[in-house]
Design a protein around this ligand. Structure first.
Ligand SMILES: [Zn+2]
Length: 163
């Protein structure tokens, strides 16, 4: 479902300072894995990470936005050039794609994806086809873009839970 709480996602952390049980298998830690993965991105403006978690709480895939394998340095990272061919968008592989392709399990069916930014429509298609059943996101800053609206429609139609 697409909640009405746009531009906030889930409230992470904030245990009120209380000491909590140390448990790696928590949503907070899985999102932390995604956020840490984002730091490896060479994108100067938007670093996004994704982490796929199986039903038994194992991390089975991690990715961040990057140029295709072997293409580093061959394509631009800018987004403001006059010509679309000189912008990053045609070339970059999003974090979600890389996390799925990097999976270390046979498949990612019924897994949960933790991702720093609400997925675009292209990644929504990948998420659906990969059999992922839940998407947990941190930021929804692209909420008003048509691609994000298309993504919401796709994910909702496919019955994928977003939170
Ligand atoms: Zn995407």
């Amino acid at each position: 479902m697409v909640g009405p709480q746009r531009a906030q996602g889930r409230a992470w952390g904030g245990g009120g300072g209380a000491v909590r049980e140390d448990n790696f298998e928590s949503p907070d830690n899985f999102m932390s894995v995604a956020v840490l993965a984002a730091q490896s991105s060479k994108d100067p403006s938007t670093k996004v990470g994704a982490c796929i978690v199986s039903q038994d709480n194992k991390v089975v895939g991690i990715g961040y936005n990057a140029m295709p394998n072997g293409c580093d340095g061959r394509f631009p990272w800018g987004k403001d050039a006059g010509n679309d061919l000189d912008k990053k968008h045609f070339y970059v592989c999003h974090a979600e794609l890389n996390a799925i392709m990097n999976k270390n399990s046979a498949d990612v069916k019924n897994c949960t994806m933790y991702v720093a930014l609400f997925p675009c429509n292209e990644c929504a298609k990948l998420i659906i086809q990969a059999g992922i059943k839940e998407v947990v996101y941190l930021s929804d800053e692209d909420h008003d873009k048509p691609a994000t609206e298309a993504s919401r429609r796709l994910l909702e139609a496919a019955g994928i839970v977003t939170m």
